[in-house]
Design a protein around this ligand. Structure first.
Ligand code: PRX
Length: 655
């Protein structure tokens, strides 16, 4: 099987029209219907979103202004009062959805639980009251560092209910990374668990929180709420640490949802960029609620009886938008899975689909590629006939993996939606509407109605069909990030200054390269900056370099992505050592472990190569292009004459 190369999608011509059996029941059935929606939205985006906001969401008070756009700062639905927890819970309770499963949870090892909308509402209210007991009020930030248990979703919704912005930190991040994020957000309280189950092991989440908070490491944190999950032996610090289950038991199940301004902060989610320091992406309430609601509804063509499963973790934007908020706002049944495929349980995904009769399955190309390796027998041994729609996200999907997904998992009857979007965009930007848009393997197809996307050059001029360029969004959309937390300047610089405004129109720079084909289909090629995607996890090379140079042995480090058949990219680090250290395998392992400590297991370098020097230009800039070539074992491409010292390349090649 080929790895996801640009070459493999350049020549992709196959077209899959939506299967008749799917179209019959689809809400949006024809490309003309999509086009009419997209045209109407393009003529007057604000009006388009305003109509949907009024029709689809509950507002305590209507807005005064739909869009206030002072580039690059957008405000949507100013003056409107809304609460996303109310839209996800309360409004369903007066309907037949009251006793419908909101969350189905398949846990490890062998645990499971279903929460109806009424039950979920009750628990969210109780936990919201617990937060209030600790003095958490509107505007106070709460850190959430949890395994994939229902309490993670309950915690998010409880925060949203009382207007306390949450910042969820993925459980695979280390204590150090957790600390950085809690400090930046100035979190007042942390919600965690004693531990989590991961790949036949347990991970000590509470111990990591203890490390992060040790020696008053995060002075703003006053209390820690601990969910009991693994029954690990944990130290409870008096007056700081409290058991979730004890406090929940006596908390009132009545907690009215706070009436939030549409532009009140809903959450901060940290993501990697091109500098060493992760960015706190800011999302606000009303626009995010509307956009995740609409994209979930139309792109997944959701039906009342569907069981929907997204395999992401709630620690990422995919979990926020498409496990918790989008599905619940629609009154859907959202399945949460605590496990991950692993050698001891390679067929677990197919077991879950069969067990719950999953209808819509949404996962990442890296998982699909791993399944291909395991062979067709595992999925074929399970009844997957309940599936009617498949989705993918996180990185470009290579046509071979797409075809396998279509054939083996989808039984050739399920459309595949390849959804391109980002932490920053809040929801899908490019995606087929599955009943209306014919798909091409490897293409995220067309913009969601209301999204004006294009591929341009660095001056903002649209490039010709099939020419490479930069993916941009030309008009603000409701769930766009509002800023980088505490750093408007970084927001402006990162997203709005790479490409100048064109004809008065500001262009959002996504950081991805793309091309549009002769049919107007988008093909996303991957990042054009120093961000890499390892098993769909987004990491900044600078972040890993900073972690490496914080080790006393390291003088200089340069990190690049190397193509990997399963992970998409793997981390390859070139390291020069301080004089008194000598290269060794032990030191390599130590450095890998050091990165795990600084960032987390997701950032463990696949390979470290020691060098006497790194290739640099005469002005001292590291030439990453050469390093990428070296990492993948290719010949160094391009002109090396600008290099300061030619012999460096030979040394690096030899390792
Ligand atoms: O490079 C694109 C890639 O993932 C980046 C965003 O990463 P993150 O903020 O972590 O969000 C991931 C989940 C939304 C993008 O800049 N990416 C995401 N989806 C796709 C994709 N690349 C190609 N095709 C996709 N469907």
């Amino acid at each position: 099987m080929a790895s996801p190369t640009i070459e493999s999608i350049l020549h992709e011509k196959r077209l899959f029209t939506p299967p008749e059996s799917f179209v019959q029941h689809a809400a949006i059935k024809h490309i003309d219907q999509y086009q009419a929606l997209a045209d109407r939205a393009a003529r007057d985006p604000a009006q388009f979103w305003a109509e949907l906001a009024a029709q689809e969401l509950h507002w305590f008070k209507p807005w005064d202004t739909v869009l206030n756009w002072q580039p690059p700062f957008a405000k949507w639905f100013e003056g409107g009062k809304i609460n996303i927890s109310y839209n996800c819970l309360d409004r369903h309770l007066t309907t037949a959805r009251r006793n419908k499963a909101a969350l189905i949870w398949e846990g490890e090892p062998g645990d499971s639980r279903t929460l109806t909308y009424a039950q979920l509402h009750r628990e969210v209210c109780q936990v919201a009251n617990v937060l209030k007991q600790f003095g958490i009020k509107k505007g106070d930030r709460v850190g959430i560092y949890m395994p994939m248990v229902p309490e993670a979703a309950i915690a998010m919704l409880a925060c949203a209910r009382i207007g306390a912005p949450h910042t969820v930190i993925f459980g695979g991040f280390s204590a150090e990374a957790l600390k950085d994020r809690l400090l930046d957000a100035e979190a007042k309280l942390v919600i965690t668990a004693d531990g989590g189950f991961r790949k036949d092991k347990t991970i000590p989440l509470k111990a990591a929180v203890d490390d992060a908070l040790a020696n008053d490491g995060v002075p703003s944190v006053e209390n820690v709420l601990v969910v009991q999950r693994t029954k690990a032996d944990v130290t409870m610090v008096p007056n700081r640490d409290h058991w979730w289950h004890e406090l929940q038991a006596t908390a009132s199940p009545h907690c009215p949802a706070e009436e939030m301004d549409a532009e009140d902060l809903l959450f901060i989610l940290y993501t990697s960029g091109t500098t060493g320091k992760p960015k706190g992406v800011v999302h606000t309430t009303g626009g995010y609620n509307l956009y995740t609601h609409m994209t979930f509804k139309w792109a997944f063509d959701i039906k009342e009886t569907d069981v929907y499963w997204c395999t992401a973790d709630v620690g990422w934007i995919t979990g926020h938008s498409y496990i918790v908020y989008g599905p619940l706002s629609n009154g859907a049944t959202s399945l949460m899975y605590e496990g991950v495929p692993r050698p001891s349980n390679p067929g677990c995904f197919w077991d879950v689909i069969e067990k719950y009769g999953v209808n819509i399955f949404y996962t990442a190309p890296t998982a699909i590629r791993a399944f291909i390796k395991m062979g067709d027998e595992l999925p074929k041994a399970r009844d997957l006939s309940s599936l009617r729609l498949l989705g993918t996200v996180g990185e470009p999907i290579n046509p071979e993996a797409w075809m396998w997904y279509h054939r083996v998992v989808g039984g050739e009857r399920c459309p595949i939606i390849d959804t391109w979007w980002q932490t920053e965009t809040g929801g899908f930007m490019l995606t087929p509407l599955p009943g209306a848009i014919p798909t091409k393997p490897g293409s995220a197809t067309v913009p969601f109605p209301g999204i004006l996307a294009d591929v341009v050059d660095l001056d903002g001029n649209p490039v010709a069909a099939n020419e490479g360029g930069y993916l941009v969004i030309k008009h603000p959309w409701p769930s766009m990030m509002r800023t980088v937390y505490g750093n408007d300047e970084r927001y402006r610089r990162t997203y709005w200054e790479h490409i100048p405004p064109k004809d008065g129109q500001y262009l959002y720079f996504a950081g991805d390269g793309a091309r549009k084909d002769e049919d107007g289909y988008f093909w996303v090629m991957g990042r054009v900056d120093d961000v890499i995607s390892v098993s769909g996890h987004r990491l900044g090379t600078m972040e890993i370099e900073s972690a490496l140079v914080s080790h006393p042995a390291v003088a200089e480090a340069a990190v690049v992505g190397r193509k990997d058949e399963i992970k998409g990219e793997d981390i390859f680090a070139f390291v020069t050592l301080e004089g008194q250290y000598t290269p060794s395998d032990t030191l390599k392992d130590e450095l890998k472990q050091h990165v795990v400590k600084e960032i987390g297991i997701i950032a463990r370098p696949g390979e470290i190569r020691f060098a006497d020097a790194l290739p640099k230009t005469r002005s001292g800039k590291i030439i990453r292009r050469f390093l990428r070539n070296l990492a993948s074992g290719e010949a160094v491409a391009g002109d090396a004459s600008t290099m300061e010292d030619q012999s460096v390349l030979d040394m690096l090649r030899e390792g």
